[in-house]
Ligand binder design. Sequence first.
Ligand SMILES: *Cc1c(COP(=O)(O)O)cnc(C)c1O
Length: 370
Amino acid sequence: MTTQTNPFIHLTAPGIPALTPYVPGKPVSELERDLGIRDAVKLASNENPLGPGPKARKAIAAVLGEIGRYPDGGGYELRRVLGEHHGIAQSAITIGNGSNDVLDLVARTFLCPGVESVFSEHAFAVYAISTRAVGATARVAKARDYGHDLDAMAGLVTDRTRVVWIANPNNPTGTWLAAEPLKSFVGSLPRTCMVVVDEAYTEYVGEPDFPDATRWLEGFPNLIVTRTFSKAHGLAALRVGYGLSDPRVGELLNRVRQPFNVNALAQAAAAAAIGDREHVRASVELNRSGMRQLTEAFQRMGLDSIPSVGNFVTVDVGRPAGPVHHDLLRRGVIVRPVANYGLPNHLRISIGLEEENARLIAALEDILAP
Ligand SMILES: *Cc1c(COP(=O)(O)O)cnc(C)c1O
């Protein structure tokens, strides 16, 4: 149903009429149903193709018998383990039903009609959705070389700005910001403005001057860093992430947090996964070789891709990407079109297993053949 024909649209809170729903990658089961096939591959949602590691799997199995009870609303054990992992007080940690939930908590805590948030062109879609859902105004800075232009972003900050959103690295571009410029940007912001550094892909990044913004929390009480278990930890379906911040900011975020926002399986799996260095290492290694496999294929095919430090790569297919996306679906390969991110000729492709990447490459070669 379109906005125009929905008779309830006039009853909605400010901001809702202008919203369009987040478009997720198509589930494998749906495509297989549509096509009557059984071997579809999904390279569309930046999931870990290995799934969870053995420690998380074991923890989930161990807690299954307890799911008749509500989970621990405070997430005590998970926050204890995370506190230890980061060397940070538990009161600095806010748990979320995915890190998207934490982003939403930030919006609901600090944004409302009449105030603004700032983010970059091509930035993660949730910043716009969470901002507009609470009726605040989004100010979008032009990107530079597909990445965040910190000068352009600083130029949009006013006394009405309450939140600046930064994805490092960014999805869907895979671009990243080095420690020195990002830290000085954060330090230059007025303390009347929160700054979120979203580190959903941090485990994958090997660049020596890539920052860990959690190290800056003591110096910047207006900084919120978010992390997730959906990517390198392979727990996307369980929905668990967290924010790290000054405890006084955490106290505010927890005022609007639903008491049982993180389920028991997710809490147990996440607490086990954070200590499974071996699984993260194997996942990162697989990603590195898969990234090489895909980018070398793109080069062979004469396609430009945006250099990415994440577990996905966004490639310019040299023509409107919508029909190419469709042709890939018909061949059982699910990727993500990114026209809604202002990139109409690009497709974002998540790094999969070697054979999944090979399926994508073969299908793309076939579709783009002259
Ligand atoms: C995938 C992703 C997240 C994580 O979302 P979850 O809700 O934790 O699954 C957050 N930020 C960015 C930029 C992402 O791409």
